[in-house]
Design a protein around this ligand. Structure first.
Ligand SMILES: [Zn+2]
Length: 468
C-alpha cells in the first residue's frame, strides 16, 4: 500500500514494523461538546484507512478520548475546555464527558466507522502521563514555571520534523505574541498544569510537582506508547494537528524513549464551508444531527466524504449532500436489481470479477483514492463486464471498505421523482394538518389531485400515488 507521509512529504510504500500486525493511533474527540461534521470527516478517512489495511494484515487501532486537559488555546493559556463546559451546562465535568462521549460514538457508529481495538480515556491514564513527564524531567527536558511543568523545545533537535524549518520560524513568530514571560521559547508547551490556587477544579490529580492536570499533548503520547510500544506504524489526525499537537507529541515521545515515535504521519484535510473552515468557536457548527433533522441519512454524508480525496479540502454544501444522497440511492437500486437478477440464473464467475476487485483495491491502496474506487464501482454496476452474480459479489467486496450499506433496501423511487410543485403542495398540506387546518388541508388535497397525485395520510405521514 502507498501512503502519503506528512513527515517526508511524499507517498511511500507502507509495511508494518512487525510483520504480524500493523499499529495505528488516531487522535480522538475532546468530549466537551458535540462533534461537528468536519470532525467526523477525519474519522471517516481513518476508517477507510483501517478497513483498507485490514485487507492485507491485522491492525491494532487505538483512539483516545480527551476528557481532561484540553486548554482553550494552543498557547497553554485559558481554561480547560471541560471545565468551561461545566459552567455552561451546569453539570459535573464527569457528566459532561460521559454525555458527549456517548453522543460521539452514536455518530461514529451511524457513519459505519469501525470501533477501534482500544478506546482509551485520558482520565484513566494519569499515572502513565505522570511517568512520561518524570522521564522527561530526569533527562533534562523540562522546567518549572508558576503555572506548570513545561517542555523546553530548544533541547530537541527534531522539533521541526513535521513542519519544516521555515514554517517553524513563522509559528514561533506567531506564538511569541501571546507568550507568557516565564516560557523560555515560544514553542514550549505545558506537560503538567497546576490547579489555580484560588479555585477548586473538578478534575485534578496529585503529582510529584503539585496538584493539577496533564497537558493535552502528553495524553496522546502516553496512551499511544502504552498500547502500541515506542514506535507506531501510523499516527493519524486532522491537518490542524500537524504544527502544534503532533509536533509536540514527537518531541515528548522521542526525547523520552530515544526512538523514532511514528513511521507514517497521515493527516486528513478540512471540510470547509463557503464561510471558511468549520469550527466550534466560529458559529458555523453543523452536526450529524443537523443533517438527520433535515432528512438525510448519516451514510449520505459518508458517501459525500468518499467523493473527495482525504488530502484535498472538501467544500460542504447541501447541494453536494443532495447529490451524494441521490447517487447512493441509485447505487442501492442497482444493487437490489443485481441481487434479484442473480437469483434468477446460476452463478458463473469469470476473470472479469477478479479484475474489477483488483482495480478497486488498487485505487484504495494508492493512498486511499476513494473517488477512483467509487468510479470503479459505478463503471462495473453500469457496464456489462460483470454478470449479475458477479456484480453482487463485487459490491459486497467493495462495501467492506466503503461501508455504505449498499444492500440496504433503497427508498421508493417515486417519492424522489415528485415534481417540485407537488413537493411544495405536500409541504403546505403537512403544515396545514399540523396546524389542524383541515379545510386548507382538503383544498390542498384537491390541488394535488389536479396536479395528478392522490394523497393518503398514514402514520408515517403523507403518501402519494400517481393518478393513472
Ligand atoms: Zn492526539
Amino acid at each position: 500500500m502507498q501512503l502519503y507521509n506528512t513527515e517526508t512529504r511524499r507517498k511511500e510504500t507502507f509495511a508494518p514494523l512487525h510483520s504480524q500486525e500493523a499499529t495505528m493511533y488516531c487522535c480522538g474527540p475532546t468530549v466537551y461538546n458535540y462533534a461537528h461534521i468536519g470532525n467526523m470527516r477525519t474519522y471517516i478517512f481513518e476508517d477507510l484507512l483501517a478497513r483498507t489495511l485490514r485487507l492485507s494484515l491485522p491492525l491494532k487501532h487505538v483512539m483516545n478520548v480527551t476528557d481532561v486537559g484540553h486548554l482553550v488555546s494552543d498557547g497553554d493559556e485559558g481554561e480547560d475546555k471541560m471545565e468551561v463546559a461545566t459552567a455552561r451546562e451546569n453539570k459535573s465535568a464527569w457528566e459532561i464527558a460521559k454525555f458527549y462521549e456517548q453522543k460521539f460514538f452514536e455518530d461514529f457508529d451511524a457513519l459505519n466507522c469501525t470501533r477501534p481495538t482500544v478506546i482509551s480515556r485520558a482520565t484513566a491514564h494519569i499515572p502513565e502521563m505522570i511517568a512520561l513527564v518524570k522521564t522527561l524531567e530526569e533527562k533534562g527536558y523540562t522546567y518549572r514555571t508558576s503555572d506548570g511543568i513545561y517542555y523546553d523545545t530548544s533541547k530537541f533537535d527534531r522539533y521541526d520534523a513535521l513542519v519544516g524549518r521555515s514554517r517553524l520560524e513563522g509559528l514561533k513568530g506567531g506564538a511569541r505574541v501571546e507568550m507568557s514571560e516565564e516560557k523560555k521559547n515560544p514553542t514550549d508547551f505545558a506537560l503538567w498544569k497546576f490547579s489555580p490556587k484560588d479555585k477548586k477544579r473538578q478534575m485534578e490529580w496529585d503529582s510529584p510537582w503539585g496538584v493539577g492536570f496533564p497537558g493535552w499533548h502528553v495524553e496522546c503520547s502516553a496512551m499511544a506508547m502504552k498500547y502500541l510500544g515506542p514506535t507506531l506504524d501510523i499516527h493519524c489526525g486532522g491537518i490542524d494537528h500537524v504544527s502544534v499537537h503532533h509536533t509536540n507529541e514527537i518531541a515528548q515521545s522521542e526525547a523520552a524513549t530515544g526512538q523514532r515515535y511514528v513511521r507514517f504521519w497521515v493527516h486528513g484535510e478540512f471540510l470547509v464551508l463557503r464561510a471558511g473552515k468549520m469550527s466550534k468557536s466560529g458559529g458555523t457548527f453543523v452536526t450529524l444531527q443537523t443533517l438527520r433533522d433535515k432528512g438525510y441519512d448519516p451514510l449520505d454524508y459518508r458517501y459525500l466524504c468518499l467523493t473527495a480525496h482525504y488530502r484535498t479540502q472538501l467544500e460542504f454544501t447541501y447541494e453536494s449532500l443532495d447529490s451524494a444522497r441521490k447517487s447512493l440511492q441509485i447505487l442501492r437500486r442497482e444493487a437490489a436489481k443485481a441481487l434479484e437478477a442473480a437469483g434468477r440464473q446460476p452463478a458463473a464467475f469469470t476473470t472479469a470479477l477478479e479484475e474489477a476487485k483488483k482495480l478497486f483495491r488498487t485505487a484504495m491502496e494508492d493512498d486511499l483514492n476513494a473517488p477512483k474506487a467509487l468510479a470503479v464501482v459505478w463503471e462495473n454496476m453500469r457496464g456489462a463486464a460483470l454478470n449479475p452474480a458477479e456484480k453482487v459479489d463485487f459490491l459486497r467486496f467493495a462495501d467492506t471498505i466503503l461501508a455504505l450499506d449498499l444492500f440496504r433496501a433503497p427508498e421508493e423511487e417515486k417519492t424522489e421523482e415528485l415534481p417540485a410543485e407537488v413537493c411544495q403542495l405536500l409541504q403546505q398540506r403537512a403544515a396545514a394538518r399540523a396546524a389542524k387546518d383541515y379545510k386548507k388541508s382538503d383544498e390542498l388535497r384537491a390541488a394535488l389531485a389536479a396536479a395528478g397525485y392522490r394523497v393518503k395520510d398514514t402514520p408515517q405521514g403523507q403518501q402519494t400515488e400517481k393518478i393513472k
